[in-house]
Write a protein that binds this ligand. Sequence first.
Ligand SMILES: *[C@@H]1O[C@H](CO)[C@@H](O)[C@H](O)[C@H]1NC(C)=O
Ligand SMILES: *[C@@H]1O[C@H](CO)[C@@H](O)[C@H](O)[C@H]1NC(C)=O
Length: 149
Amino acid sequence: GFALLTVLCLASSTDSCIDQEKSVLLQFLAGLSGDGGLSASWRNGTNCCTWEGITCNADMRIADILLASKALEGQISPSLGSLTGLLQLNLSHNSLSGELPLEGLVSSSSIVVLDVSFNHFSGALQELFIQSTIWPLQHTLRHRQLLHA
Ligand SMILES: *[C@@H]1O[C@H](CO)[C@@H](O)[C@H](O)[C@H]1NC(C)=O
Ligand SMILES: *[C@@H]1O[C@H](CO)[C@@H](O)[C@H](O)[C@H]1NC(C)=O
C-alpha cells in the first residue's frame, strides 16, 4: 500500500502533458479574439493537464476540453482534431464564429462527444452537424470498433 502510494505521488508530481498537445491548445487560445480569462490559467511552462477546462487521461494525453459558457470569442483552430486522446469537446454557449472546422474535427477518430451548440458559426453544414445525433453516434461506434479490434 505504501509503495503504491509513493509511486502515485511520484507519478503525479513529475508527469506533465505532452509538449505537442500543449502547443495545440496554445494555438487554439491564440485563435480566440476573446478568451474569457482563460489565459490566466493556460500558461506556457505549466502542466496543461491542470489548465482550466482540461482533463487528461492516465497517459497524460488530453481527454476532455470542457469550455462551455466561458465567453469565448473568435475561431476554433482545426488543429484540435489532432489531439489523439480527445474524447469530449464541449464549447457550447460561447460566441465562437467563422467556419466550424469540420474537416479537422471529423478526421478525429477519438472524439465521441462534440457539443458546439449555441455559438455563431457560419457555413451550410453547421445546422446539420450541430443538430445531428447521428454523427456523434457514428464516432461512438467507430470508437467501440477500435476498442474491440
Ligand atoms: C512555449 O514554451 C516552449 C518551451 O519553452 C517554447 O518552445 C514555445 O515556443 C512556447 N510557446 C509559446 C506559444 O510561447
Ligand atoms: C456541454 O456542457 C454544458 C454545460 O456544462 C452541458 O449542459 C451540456 O450537456 C454539455 N454537452 C454534452 C453533449 O455533454
